[in-house]
Design a protein. Structure first.
Length: 97
């Protein structure tokens, strides 16, 4: 009778090693997209939007700006998000939001 279960321990180790090797090399990237025209975007930089812990995900923010204005809290956005993209959008005969 085996006193130390070496074989099951090795199988467990190999399974754990395989799981670690399958893990992504870098955190997942998440895109948050917001259509904006004059309304407050404070909710993106105060405590209302829950964000993953540092290093758990790279969160990019895309603000589709429909009224040609720069958000008041742009500097705070740049501190909070991995990348911030401001995209100017002009509606033609069809709304784009």
């Amino acid at each position: 009778k085996e006193l130390w279960p070496v074989e099951p321990a090795l199988v467990s180790y190999q399974r754990a090693e395989a799981d670690v090797n399958r893990a992504p090399a870098e955190p997942p990237r998440v895109h948050i997209v917001v259509c904006h025209c004059r309304e407050s975007l404070d909710w993106l930089t105060d405590s209302h939007l829950l964000m993953p812990a540092k290093g758990r995900a790279l969160v990019d923010l895309y603000v589709y700006e429909k009224c040609s204005r720069t958000p008041d809290n742009l500097d705070l956005m740049r501190e909070r998000f991995w990348q911030v993209h401001l995209v100017s959008v002009e509606d033609g005969s069809v709304r784009r939001d």
